[in-house]
Design a protein. Structure first.
Length: 158
């Protein structure tokens, strides 16, 4: 079995599992939102954005950005059944290629599992794009959540 770590997966790794294609920038499915945010949520959003603007987020470290912005925004999406979770271990196996993707996802929105205090299967993933000298290309990390089904690789002419 081939095991790919989420922290170091590359575009070539993903291309062996799925065909990646871009549909460009689109508003779907966001245009079909069921309801607009209520006044309390809008107030929280205004507070968070004003606080971040004053803090100059480009100069903040990862933990500070996460605690001041990312997690509070995930919390705003919580419902009675869906919760925000941080540092969630995930593993998924593709039975067609006998490949496993495994690692820690920075944050998710997921229902609480039958075991209280643990996330169930997530439906929204938040992945950090690493910065710095030893950072890998962040695009494969962003795409890994979109690789839904295995398709044969595209053939290219030599």
């Amino acid at each position: 079995m081939t095991k790919l770590l989420l922290s170091s997966v590359t575009a070539d790794d993903l291309a062996r599992l799925v065909v990646l294609e871009s549909r460009g920038v689109t508003q779907d499915p966001w245009n079909d939102a069921v309801e607009a945010p209520d006044e309390a949520t809008l107030g929280q959003l205004r507070y968070l954005t004003a606080k971040l603007a004053r803090a100059q987020p480009i100069t903040l470290d990862e933990a500070t950005v996460w605690s001041r912005a990312v997690y509070p925004l995930l919390e705003l999406a919580e419902t009675d059944r869906v919760r925000a979770w941080a540092e969630v271990p995930l593993a998924a196996r593709d039975p067609r290629s006998d490949t496993e993707l495994a690692g820690i996802v920075d944050g998710v929105l997921a229902p609480e599992s039958v075991l209280a205090g643990a996330p169930g299967a997530p439906f929204f993933l938040v992945m950090e794009a690493k910065r710095g000298m030893d950072a890998t290309d962040p695009r494969p990390a962003l795409l890994r959540g979109h690789a839904r089904t295995r398709r044969p690789p595209r053939r290219t002419r030599s």
